[in-house]
Structures are given as C-alpha cells and as structure tokens.
Design a protein around this ligand. Sequence first.
Ligand code: ADP
Ligand code: S3P
Ligand code: MG
Length: 172
Amino acid sequence: MTKIVLLGYMGCGKSTIAKKLSQLINIPFVDLDQYIEEKLNLSVSAIFEQRGEIYFRKVEHESFVALLSSPDSIIIGLGGGTPCYANNHELLKQEGVLSVYLKASVATLFKRLSLNKSKRPLIANKTNEQMEEFIAMHVFERSFYYNQAKFIVTVDNKTVDETVRDISTLLA
Ligand SMILES: Nc1ncnc2c1ncn2[C@@H]1O[C@H](COP(=O)(O)OP(=O)(O)O)[C@@H](O)[C@H]1O
Ligand SMILES: O=C(O)C1=C[C@@H](OP(=O)(O)O)[C@@H](O)[C@H](O)C1
Ligand SMILES: [Mg+2]
C-alpha cells in the first residue's frame, strides 16, 4: 500500500499540508511527531528535555519504520530531522513510498518559524537574529537528505491549498 511521505525543514508546512492533503485525496494522515507524542505521552519538547535528542531520534526511527510497515495507505508528515538520522533517508527509496520534499527558502522558513518556535526545541531559545543564521546553515547541512525525495515541491509564496493541489497533481 502507498505511503505518501512529506519531508522538509521545520516550518515548511509538513503537518499543515499532510492534514489538508488527507482531506482532498481521502487517505488518512499521521504526523510523526504527534505519533511519538502519543506513544510516549510526552510533548516533543519534553522528550528532548527529559530524555535527550538521541533518545528522540531512536523513537523517531522506530516509529517511522512501524508506520511504513503498516498495511494501509497513509500520508506521513515527518519531523524536519527525520530523513537526516538513522539512515531514514534510505527508507524513502522503498517501493511504495512516494516522498515529497516541501522546499522552502530561508526567508519563508524564518518568517513562519519566528511566529512558531516555542514547541520546536532546536530553535525555541534562539533570538531572531541567531535563528536566521541557524536556519540557513542547518538547511544547507540537511539538504543532501531532503534531496533524496522522489519529488520536490516549492512552497514559497503559495497558499496551503495551492501546495496541496501541486502535490495531488504530481501524484496523480
Ligand atoms: N502556505 C503555507 N503553507 C503551509 N504552512 C503555512 C503557510 N502559510 C503559513 N503557514 C504556517 O506555517 C506553519 C507551518 O508549520 P507546520 O505545518 O507545523 O510545518 P512543519 O510540520 O513542516 O514544521 C504553520 O503555522 C502554518 O499555519
Ligand atoms: O528539524 C528537527 O530536527 C525537528 C523538527 C520537528 O518537527 P517539525 O519539522 O514538524 O517542526 C520535531 O521533529 C523536532 O522538534 C525536531
Ligand atoms: Mg510538523
């Protein structure tokens, strides 16, 4: 069964787009962060704080593997770091996986994340100035993994509905 996997940097819209795409194409969606939060009954921030990032990455990998091996067709919204750890990018190449990189410019990411950073432990304590530099460097470091996706969709200056439509056209 098909797994549509959305990936990309924090703030590119994976969680928002996965939910909307799910409504449009009538395939259920799972947000990987939410799945982990429910599994451990802890928020992502609390997992980072209490158990550390390495533990989070371990659970993230196990959860991604579990979702990929489920018998149903699902849309999976990954966390921004998912493809960059534990060889998860190799899993994107599996048969039946349609991976889509939601590619956003640093300016778009900065604009969105400056309004939404408190639940993201990697940036929660940064000033806006530190954050802009951090995002630029981090996207650059991670782009090798993001570029392993089968499809790339640019999200800058698009509404949620426009991006969702672009993805559904790609997958048709
Ligand atoms: N065109 C857009 N597409 C997706 N998200 C958008 C858009 N415009 C604004 N946003 C906002 O940007 C944020 C994206 O966050 P989210 O969906 O959690 O991304 P991710 O899961 O990739 O970190 C949300 O607050 C969303 O409302
Ligand atoms: O980029 C990352 O390493 C992370 C991204 C987050 O998901 P979003 O991309 O949905 O914010 C979440 O998994 C965690 O805070 C770590
Ligand atoms: Mg998300």
